[in-house]
Design a protein around this ligand. Structure first.
Ligand code: FES
Ligand SMILES: [Fe+2]
Length: 390
């Protein structure tokens, strides 16, 4: 099936849900133990078996498009340095000096062909080689080749930079992304304009992620914002490996009937809205006047996360008015996510920490959340041999 046919079908399903007052449903209600959101032991397993084991989307290509660009960040306590070398190839390393462990590049984004450690000045190239040992004759004879920054597997795909924090040698990034790879490639994100980012703090990483996976909370939590644009509790789910494509109905979806059915795919983003998730922590929404890519980074314990909201647009703004519009949309969405989802998430964390309920319920309509939690269990629990099906 080509993409247009596939998207015509999704639109048909969404229209039928709107007209019949239905939504895509899981067979049963799912109970998830409250301790999955509160236990330190559980959280440590998630960090080890998920975040430090699977490919993670750590940067957008357009954040670091030029040779020499780099991004330094910390992910689950591991300092990571991503560089683009002079051949335009993306590399990733543990951002830890091989001398005595100092963090080599301070967190942030910049352009540098070499990195000098702040402690004793050892120098590394942006392809990770140790190129300078201060006072080498006094230090002693070491083979520079054996003391480059420790490499991490990484790959740039679909305008996104994926890094694996695992010690594995041959990470198959394409296989992990499954059908989500062509889904994302379609947008040519490497040619978009990077407008900026906002950082917000929230609760457990799964509480944050749960918020991107359903539209059941729109009329209550987003009454004057999202709910004026997107219908409540109407969703269609498709999975690609652990990743999800979620379709929602815009409030103006009735206008789709102005088009013949074989052109309904044209209503993507203006009739049928999509959120695409990359397991375990990325939610991509490319409509609403600006693209938003949410990157959820677990905090130092089960109770917190820091989310980077990246904002991008298909084209560079042509004048100040267009810049102002992007700023407006960026601030609007940040406020929605922060004030209406994440503050609620912090309240949810309080509720769960109080041990009032033994479990959290996901309704048949919260199918994406059910799938996500089953996938987390699949990675964390060795007794589950097969990945869940949607
Ligand atoms: S710790 Fe980096 S040069 Fe000494
Ligand atoms: Fe929300």
């Amino acid at each position: 099936m080509d993409r247009k046919e596939e998207y015509n079908k999704i639109a048909e399903k969404i229209v039928s849900h709107v007209e019949n007052g239905t939504t895509d449903q899981a067979p049963e209600i799912l109970k998830v133990p409250t301790s999955d959101y509160t236990s330190h032991e559980r959280w440590s397993s998630e960090m080890k078996d998920i975040f430090q084991n699977l490919p993670l989307m750590l940067a957008l290509s357009i954040e670091m498009p030029n040779p020499g660009d780099y991004k330094a960040m910390e992910v689950t306590g591991i300092p990571v340095l991503i560089t683009r070398d002079k051949s335009n190839k993306v590399n990733a390393f543990r951002n830890v000096c091989t001398h005595r462990g100092a963090i080599v590049a301070q967190e942030g984004i910049g352009n540098r062909s070499r990195f000098s450690c702040p402690y004793h000045g050892w120098t590394y190239s942006n392809s990770g080689d140790l190129i300078g040992v201060t006072d080498k004759p006094k230090f002693g004879d070491i083979d520079n080749k054996c003391f480059g920054l420790e490499k991490l597997q990484c790959k740039e795909l679909a305008g996104l930079i994926f890094v694996s924090l695992s010690k594995e040698d041959n990470v198959d990034f394409e296989n992990f992304l499954d059908g989500m790879l062509p889904e994302m490639e379609y947008f040519n994100l490497e040619n978009w304009y990077y407008h900026g980012f906002k950082v917000i703090d929230g609760a457990n990483w799964k509480i944050a992620f749960d918020g991107y996976l359903e539209g059941y909370h729109f009329t209550t939590a987003h009454k004057d914002t999202i709910a004026t644009m997107t219908m409540n509790d109407i969703m269609d789910f498709t999975s690609f490996g652990p990743h999800l494509r979620i379709a929602f109905a815009s409030t103006n979806i009735a206008e789709i009937h102005d088009l013949p059915k074989d052109e309904w795919w044209k209503k993507e983003g203006c009739g049928v809205d999509f959120v695409r998730t990359l397991f375990p922590n990325i939610a991509v929404s490319l409509g609403l006047g600006i693209g938003q890519i949410a990157q959820i980074l677990p905090g130092k314990n089960p109770y917190t996360n820091t989310t980077i909201l990246h904002y991008l647009a298909p084209q560079k703004p042509k004048n100040q008015k267009e810049v102002d519009e992007l700023d407006y949309n960026m601030n609007f969405l940040r406020d929605v996510v922060n004030n209406e989802d994440y503050l609620l998430g912090i309240e949810i964390q309080k509720g769960l920490n109080s041990n009032s309920n033994n479990s959290v319920l996901f309704g048949r309509n919260e199918r994406g959340n059910q799938f996500f939690h089953k996938y987390v269990d699949y990675y964390v629990d060795d007794s589950i041999k097969k990945p869940p099906k949607l």
